[in-house]
Ligand binder design. Structure first.
Ligand code: AVI
Length: 323
């Protein structure tokens, strides 16, 4: 009989590979299990996590301009749709949006969100896709004609990718979305160490709970023996790479079993669980351009350096995802 750990083949490989590496790391997507998705949603309301608040305000201010660029009957595709607060604002501002395709790994949230959007926007066709948007996916075709396709990718999630991965992902989105499509990309360009450390290690402890939950997740899915009390969440500003990192630091020299294998930790040894690049605006704009997107505008919140870019796709053949 196969064990639970053997069944989870791909994540197990990622986990073991990461835990044997130096420094140790875990794939960041593991943070977003059902509990993690809930905790992340809670983070977006935390006072110290300025990103969501600032982006919501920027989006609200720029929505009329965005709606004018997108035009009527749009098909909106949103990788990593989450709870959909920004989506609702966008859909309400667009002129008769036709189709909405949310893509997410959190099944309960995806289903609940789709159900409530169908009630809130009765004319909108909602076509949820359950899956990891960094992997090849099939996007359902709309059943009625639509106007422009808009890929909505706010929330600084692009910062969670390595720069080369970000380029590959944005290129894939350009292929998927087609020649006349648009993207609305939101990212945080803040490089203020103090603000970032506070945002990623908030005083309410929500980010710490979110980070530690990854160990509980690995305990269940990979038959591991992490004692959460023996690890501590830490936010670290990596100035050289211009990124904020989340570390889980071992409070003791200890050995943990993961899928039957012993993994040793020194006192103070970290596991890197997530990083978010805080690219300078010009850097991210260059990544967008080299991924097949023509930047049309840049909207900025100068107080926190939150940016949104509407950009238009250039024509390329489809690769990676299909419709
Ligand atoms: C989803 N992502 C953009 C968040 C970020 O800011 O990197 C995840 C997060 N991690 C800790 N707090 C928020």
């Amino acid at each position: 009989m196969r064990t639970q750990a053997q069944i989870a083949t791909r994540p197990l490989d990622d986990v073991m590979e990461g835990l044997h590496a130096t420094p140790k790391h875990l794939p960041y997507r593991l943070l977003y299990d059902a509990r993690g998705a809930e905790l992340f949603e809670k983070i977006t309301f935390v006072e110290d996590y300025y990103l969501t608040r600032a982006e919501l305000a920027l989006l609200e201010a720029q929505l009329p301009a965005i709606a004018a660029l997108v035009g009527p009957n749009a098909r909106v595709i949103e990788p990593g749709s989450g709870a959909g607060r920004k989506t609702r604002m966008l859909l309400a501002a667009l002129e008769s949006p036709a189709t909405y395709v949310p893509i997410d790994v959190a099944e309960d949230q995806l289903t609940e969100n789709a159900t409530s959007l169908r009630v809130e926007f009765p004319q909108l066709e909602v076509l949820p896709v359950l899956g990891d948007y960094t992997r090849p996916l099939s996007i359902p075709a709309p059943t009625k004609p639509t106007g422009r396709t808009l890929v909505f990718f706010p929330g600084s999630t692009i910062g969670n990718f390595e720069p080369e991965e970000a380029r590959a992902f944005l290129t894939k989105l350009a292929h998927l979305a087609g020649p006349d499509a648009m993207i609305l990309l939101g990212a945080d360009g803040n490089a203020n160490r103090e603000e970032l450390l506070r945002a990623y290690d908030d005083r309410e402890g929500v980010t710490a709970a979110f980070d530690l939950n990854v160990l509980a997740h690995v305990n269940t899915t990979h038959a591991a023996s992490f004692d959460l009390a023996k690890f501590e969440h830490r936010a670290v500003w990596n100035e050289q790479r211009s990124r904020i990192e989340m570390h889980l630091v071992s409070r003791a020299a200890q050995t943990v079993t993961v899928a039957g294998e012993p993994i040793s930790f020194d006192l103070d040894e970290p596991i890197i669980t997530e990083h978010c690049y805080k690219h300078a605006p010009a850097t991210l704009e260059m990544i967008l351009r080299s991924s097949g997107w023509r930047v049309t505008n840049t909207f900025v919140d100068p107080a926190h350096c939150i940016l949104m870019w509407p950009a238009t796709a250039e024509k390329r053949p489809t690769r990676g995802w299909s419709t």
